[in-house]
Design a protein around this ligand. Sequence first.
Ligand SMILES: NC(=O)c1ccc[n+]([C@@H]2O[C@H](COP(=O)([O-])OP(=O)(O)OC[C@H]3O[C@@H](n4cnc5c(N)ncnc54)[C@H](OP(=O)(O)O)[C@@H]3O)[C@@H](O)[C@H]2O)c1
Length: 264
Amino acid sequence: MTTLVVGASGYLGSEVAARAGRDVVGTRSADLDITDRAAVLALVSAVRPRVVVNCAYRNDSWAVCADGAAHVALAAAAVGARLVHVSTDALHGGRPTPYGDAEPPTPVHMYGAAKAAAETAVTAIDPSAVLVRTSLIVDGDGRSKQIALCRDMIEGRIPGGALFADEYRCPVDVGDLAAAVLELAASDVAGTLNVAGPEPVSRVRLGELVAARWGLDPARIPVDTVAARGLHRPADVRLDASRAAGLLATPLRPVSEILARPLT
Ligand SMILES: NC(=O)c1ccc[n+]([C@@H]2O[C@H](COP(=O)([O-])OP(=O)(O)OC[C@H]3O[C@@H](n4cnc5c(N)ncnc54)[C@H](OP(=O)(O)O)[C@@H]3O)[C@@H](O)[C@H]2O)c1
């Protein structure tokens, strides 16, 4: 049973591909540009996968996040493949209460809007697809862009930058998420599903956990708030992932457990 991982050179995609067993085909953007509809259909028709996992993304590209997701969904549907589409919490606008699985997007920036458009397209093309809404992806080794950002802030590599005390997310471990994605690929779960960690933390708290793990001084965390800077970005976005936690055998561990020990 071939699994096709689109975006297999990326952070999540490489983890999914590594866990997908022997019969896996992974693509980089150099192999397959998902903005090219005909190329996507040609590759998927040649591979004839049973499962397609779309992890491809570029933060600043509507063509990749929205059009590309539709092209992948069309091609997967053409060969009758099970589709797992990776989505994001960033399609929500932010509010003080957690978001349920099926809440309609309220994007406030282009990336969120593109991911929202992708969800609409994917669902219209294949209502049986599962759309995994996830949050900050982290790990205990420091490969995560989110962890790197915290370390760069604490070590003063981003002049004027800050971690925000009012910006909340539900970080998830990259291995937990990859295992959950593959478990969902083998299921018949359909529609949007929050797959995130159970512990909401502010960016500042995430910075404190990172400081403790990598032996950095937490007093050097540059702290500010989204509100004080008047930034147009979603601040408080907590995903209620209790349905996923009940459906999945894969545990979705809290971030304070993922980053628990100081690294020696
Ligand atoms: N990272 C997070 O904290 C986070 C949080 C929430 C949601 N997500 C979602 O999780 C998914 C994976 O994110 P990630 O952090 O693993 O991303 P990533 O590390 O930046 O990887 C992105 C992947 O997409 C590929 N790609 C880029 N442009 C492409 C194109 N035109 N055609 C085909 N492939 C293309 C890249 O290939 P090349 O490297 O070969 O160019 C790479 O394999 C995305 O859907 C994202 O929205 C991520």
